[in-house]
Design a protein around this ligand. Structure first.
Ligand code: Z5A
Ligand code: MG
Length: 192
């Protein structure tokens, strides 16, 4: 029915949990089932701000911690008008990381910086150390205590197909629930 909004579906989780793989598959399968769905990701490295963030993550440049936090935030803000327009026009957005990553990663930095520096890397980008990732998971658990958001936890150790099927079913339910609800504020609007 015209005028019905789309759902905002955000995939968050530990490094290499399969978020990007699942976000892509979810958009494809929702479209196949007749829903209007589009994918977005953060950081969105193609914008000017996103290029600064990308260069920092790839360790090609150094930025002060508050500065990079604000750049991640600005990188979401620059997409907010488009996100709202799409949601209002009935498009469901599948978002690969969002402001929760911003909170979880920045707040983990303060705690873990020294401990992480002593351990071996498992990835080439910043933050890809096991100690850092454990702290990030703890932060996600704290964020999930906010029951005003509809968090659903899926075991990412299952096969890609099992994870996909769980995410798709939950997504179809939330699309039905969201369509009669007002758009309200996007969570990002309380992000600093
Ligand atoms: N960051 C931040 O600090 N502040 C912010 O505000 C935001 C982000 C938004 C880059 O993000 C960094 O930015 C990130 C958080 C920080 N730092 N870290 N860590 P990114 O989203 O660009 O990160 P990425 O490089 O894409 O990694 P990722 O997102 O963590 O990976 P993923 O998307 O979860 O996984 P994947 O690419 O879909 O899959 C990884 C591999 O596993 C791949 O080979 C798949 O084929 C395989 N895979 C996937 N699912 C499965 C299953 N079920 N079984 C077996 N194998 C699988
Ligand atoms: Mg990813």
């Amino acid at each position: 029915m015209a005028g019905r909004r789309g759902a905002l579906i955000v995939l968050e989780g530990a490094d290499r949990a399969g978020k990007s793989t699942q976000a892509k598959r979810l958009v494809e399968s929702l479209k196949e089932r007749g829903y209007q769905a589009e994918g977005m990701r953060f950081p969105e490295r193609t914008t000017e701000i996103g290029r600064l963030v990308g260069s920092y993550l790839e360790k090609k440049s150094n930025l002060e911690d508050h500065t990079v936090h604000l750049l991640f935030s600005a990188n979401r803000w620059e997409q907010v008008p488009l996100m709202k327009e799409k949601l209002r026009s009935g498009v469901t957005l599948v978002v690969d990381r969002y402001a929760f990553s911003g909170v979880a990663f920045t707040s983990s930095k303060k705690v873990i910086a020294e401990a992480a520096a002593k351990r071996g890397d498992f990835g080439n980008e910043r933050y890809e150390t096991s100690a850092f990732q454990k702290m990030v998971q703890k932060r996600y658990a704290e964020l999930m205590e906010d029951r005003s958001l509809n968090w659903q936890v899926i075991d990412a150790a299952q096969s890609m197909e099992e994870v996909h099927s769980a995410i798709r079913q939950l997504s179809e339910d939330i699309i039905q629930e969201a369509k009669d609800q007002p758009l309200g504020k996007l969570w990002v609007e309380s992000d600093t």
